[in-house]
Design a protein around this ligand. Structure first.
Ligand SMILES: C[S@@+](CC[C@H](N)C(=O)[O-])C[C@H]1O[C@@H](n2cnc3c(N)ncnc32)[C@H](O)[C@@H]1O
Length: 295
C-alpha cells in the first residue's frame, strides 16, 4: 500500500510563478524542476532552523500584499475625490480655458468640434463628464438627442443655464465608472477632456463600462490635451505612480494637484485598438482625438 505522505506531489503553479521560473531557468541553466527542488530544500532548511514560524512569515507576506492593494485603492479614491473637488471649485472659471488667445489653439478647438459633430450627427448620444456643457452645445446642434453626465452638480448647474434646443438635451449627475446607472438608450458616446483624468490602472474599467453601456456597433469620440511644456501648470511625476499630475491654482488662490495623463499616437493606438474596428486617431499640436466604432 502506498504511504500517503510520500505519494508523488503534483504542484499547481500560478502563471506568474511559471513565467518567473522559466526566466530563472534560462538565467541559471538549471531546469525548472531542479529550481523547485532547490526552493523546497531551502524552505525545509529554514523550517529546521526556525520551525513553523516560517509559514507565519509567508502568510503575513500575503497579508502585507493585500494591505498594499487596499492602500493603493485608498490613494485612487483620494485622487478621484481631489479631482471632483477641483472641478466643483473651478466650475465658474472653467470655460476660460476655451478662450485662450492663441490662433493655433483656437483652430484646434474648431477642428475638434467639426470632427465630433461628424460622429454624433443624427445619433442618440451619451456624453461622459460633460462639465459645463461646452461640447454638448456643438453636439446638440446636430445630434438626435444628447444626455450629458457629470459627477459635479456645480458644473451641471452652469450647463443647465445654457439655451438648449427643446427636448434634445438631458443633463444629470452621474459617475463615469457607473454608467449603468444612467437612463436612456444610446448609439454614440462622447468623452472630451476626461480620458486624461482616468488613472492608467482604471482605463480598462472605464472603457469596458462605457462600451458596455453604449452597445455593439456604437460610435465613440474622445478628445483631450497633448502635452505642451509650460501650458496648464507644472507636470508632476511621482515615484509610486504610473500617472502624471498637474499643479493648478484657481482664482481664489487655492492650490490643487490633479491627475492628468498625456498620450502619444502609439500609446493611444495600443489602448484603443483591442476594443474597436475603424480606429481613427489624430494627434495635433494642442489636442488629440480618437473616433471609432465598437465591434
Ligand atoms: C476637464 S473637465 C471636462 C469637462 C467637459 N467635458 C469639457 O471638455 O469641457 C473634467 C470633468 O470631469 C468631471 N468628473 C470628474 N470625475 C468624474 C467622474 N467620476 N464621473 C463623471 N464626471 C467626472 C468633472 O466634474 C469635470 O467636469
Amino acid at each position: 500500500m502506498t504511504d500517503d505522505k510520500t505519494k508523488r506531489l503534483s504542484v499547481y503553479l500560478p502563471e506568474k510563478v511559471k513565467v518567473d521560473l522559466e526566466r530563472m531557468a534560462d538565467e541559471t541553466g538549471l531546469s525548472m524542476t531542479q529550481l523547485i527542488v532547490m526552493a523546497t530544500h531551502g524552505l525545509l532548511a529554514n523550517y529546521g532552523a526556525m520551525g513553523s514560524s516560517i509559514f507565519a512569515d509567508l502568510l503575513s507576506a500575503k497579508q502585507r500584499m493585500s494591505q498594499a492593494m487596499e492602500q493603493q485603492r485608498k490613494l485612487l479614491d483620494q485622487d478621484k475625490q481631489t479631482l471632483q473637488d477641483y472641478y466643483g471649485a473651478r466650475a465658474d472659471e472653467y470655460e476660460r480655458i476655451y478662450k485662450r488667445e492663441d490662433p493655433d489653439y483656437q483652430q484646434g478647438l474648431t477642428m475638434l468640434a467639426q470632427a465630433m459633430t461628424n460622429v454624433v450627427r443624427g445619433q442618440r448620444v451619451l456624453e461622459v463628464a460633460c462639465g459645463t456643457g461646452y461640447w454638448t452645445q456643438f453636439a446638440a446642434e446636430v445630434a438626435d438627442h444628447i444626455t450629458g453626465v457629470d459627477i459635479r452638480p456645480e458644473v451641471l448647474q452652469i450647463a443647465k443655464a445654457k439655451p438648449w434646443p427643446a427636448n434634445k438635451v438631458a443633463l444629470c449627475v452621474g459617475d463615469a465608472y457607473r454608467l449603468e446607472q444612467v437612463e436612456g438608450e444610446f448609439e454614440c458616446g462622447v468623452a472630451n477632456f476626461w480620458f486624461s483624468h482616468v488613472p492608467k490602472n482604471r482605463i480598462d474599467e472605464f472603457l469596458e463600462g462605457f462600451h458596455h453601456r453604449l452597445g455593439a456597433g456604437a460610435s465613440v469620440f474622445m478628445a483631450d490635451n497633448v502635452y505642451v511644456p509650460g501650458r496648464g501648470g507644472e507636470l508632476i511625476r511621482k515615484d509610486d505612480s504610473e500617472d502624471t499630475y498637474k499643479r493648478r491654482e484657481l482664482a481664489d488662490g487655492s492650490q490643487h494637484e490633479i491627475i492628468k495623463n498625456y498620450y502619444s499616437f502609439e500609446e493611444l493606438h495600443d489602448i484603443f485598438k483591442p476594443y474597436v474596428k475603424h480606429l481613427n486617431i489624430f494627434v495635433g499640436s494642442s489636442f488629440w482625438y480618437v473616433s471609432y466604432k465598437l465591434e
